[in-house]
Design a protein around this ligand. Structure first.
Ligand SMILES: [Zn+2]
Length: 213
């Protein structure tokens, strides 16, 4: 079972019952609470500022899921932390789920559509990961009180997703050009003309139709 916050206890009570205790020490809105119950394969990917980065996928998708979520979670956390402020929660888990088709930014336990896990490091999943992690700041740590202010979630998450992509493309360009730290297999699809980065000079662009969905 997976939920928000830190796992404090996991005990087998008997053949049919297991006790798990999760502690969410940072206040979150009720719509950001989540429980995931399934057989999971769990990978502890690494740490960011002492906090676990985890991948929870179905056992049948173990290798694919561990590949798909290995990147870019840590780089995204680092970028948003540098740009906005410290990451608020105790851990960050990327979780495969049948309950969503894209992603759901539930605090520190993000759900992704089960069919998005392919093991091919596809751009669509990568973009959703970047977007949902941006929500940990915009929509979660700072949240709207009414639907009238949904822009606080989706506007800023979209904007900061593009900022990260611009940052990543710049690094990819340098890495591929200088062949320093990216394998050619990843560089072969690199075409800066096809990126979705935009330069923002005015807040007006936040309401512009030129921003991709
Ligand atoms: Zn969103």
């Amino acid at each position: 079972m997976v939920s928000n916050g830190l796992l404090l206890e996991e005990s087998t009570i008997d053949k049919e019952n297991k006790l798990t205790h999760w502690k969410q020490s940072v206040p979150v809105s009720s719509w950001l609470f989540v429980l995931g119950v399934a057989e999971f394969a769990v990978q502890y990917v690494g740490k960011f500022n002492g906090k676990d980065i985890q991948t929870w996928v179905y056992p049948r998708d173990r290798e694919k899921g561990f590949t798909d979520f290995a990147e870019p979670t840590k780089q995204v956390l680092q970028f948003y932390s540098d740009y906005v402020g410290p990451y608020a929660y105790e851990k960050l888990a990327n979780i495969q789920s049948p309950s969503v088709s894209g992603g759901m930014e539930t605090s520190s336990a993000i759900f992704y559509g089960e069919n998005m896990v392919t093991g091919k490091y596809e751009k669509r999943l990568r973009n959703v990961v970047i977007h949902e992690i941006a929500h940990q700041w915009f929509g979660n740590a700072v949240t709207e009180s009414t639907w009238d202010d949904a822009w606080l979630s989706e506007g800023f998450a979209t904007f900061f997703s593009m900022l990260f992509q611009e940052h990543a493309v710049r690094n990819l360009f340098l890495g591929c050009t200088l062949h320093l730290y990216y394998p050619w297999s990843r560089c072969s699809n690199f075409n800066p003309q096809k990126t979705r980065s935009v330069y923002v000079f005015s807040p007006k662009i936040l309401t512009s139709t030129t921003i991709p969905p």
